[in-house]
Design a protein around this ligand. Structure first.
Ligand code: CA
Length: 221
């Protein structure tokens, strides 16, 4: 489980980072909106702990951007602003929980655990998009109810796209999620696999299923 902490107060950030690391979470701590955007574009996270008052912007604005881009992992807001309006705004923008400062380490751990558990329980086991059906438990795929044979990598890549419709997936993120390896600029493996998915799922006269986003990666249209 990989958790992103966005917190500019050094002490608070390190305190949460240490607590999560001790519980065997993989943690990345960033201190600004810009760093948080980069972190989420470069790597996949299972949850985000988000402070609201950041040096270069508002955490709520980040949250709004992420949700609009299709990021749907749980987000726990951490903030000194405990006013009811802020809390409601955060939840309306797609936060899953809200923890006012100051908080205890046990409290933050309990909230993160419960968010991850709840999220795992509600994750869809059948994904559908444009006539494609991907059954994550039965491990099979179909297009317009016709079975389509996929290798396990093709399946993992299609699952990543279908779990993030409309989101631009960088080659770095795809390599990490599907191949569990850092992206190697020398190989065009990802492009080869994307081409195979296009051949299997795009209709001859239909619109593009997977768009190439020049300079950044791919996007399920
Ligand atoms: Ca702050």
């Amino acid at each position: 489980m990989k958790v992103l902490i966005v917190e500019d107060e050094r002490k608070v950030g390190q305190f949460v980072e240490r607590a999560l690391a001790e519980q065997s979470y993989t943690v990345q701590l960033v201190r600004s909106c810009a760093e948080a955007r980069d972190a989420l574009a470069e790597s996949a996270f299972d949850a985000v702990i988000l402070d609201l008052g950041l040096p270069d912007g508002d955490g709520l604005e980040l949250l709004r951007e992420w949700r609009a881009a299709g990021f749907n992992e749980p987000v726990l807001i951490l903030s000194a602003r405990d006013a009811v309006e802020d809390r409601i705004r955060g939840l309306n923008l797609g936060a899953d929980d809200y923890l006012p400062k100051p908080f205890s380490v046990d409290e933050v751990l309990a909230r993160v655990r419960s968010l991850l558990r709840r999220h795992a329980g509600t994750k869809a086991t059948v994904l559908r998009h444009a006539g494609i059906k991907l059954d994550l438990l039965a491990r099979n795929a179909s297009l317009d109810d016709q079975p389509v044979e996929l290798t396990s990598r093709e399946f993992a890549l299609l699952e990543l796209f279908m779990a993030n419709p409309g989101r631009v997936l960088t080659r770095t993120l795809i390599a990490e999620k599907v191949w569990e390896a850092p992206y190697d600029m020398e190989t065009n493996l990802i492009d080869v696999y994307v081409r195979r998915l296009r051949q299997k799922f795009e209709r001859p006269e239909g619109p593009a299923l997977i768009r190439t986003v020049r300079g950044s990666g791919y996007q399920l249209a």
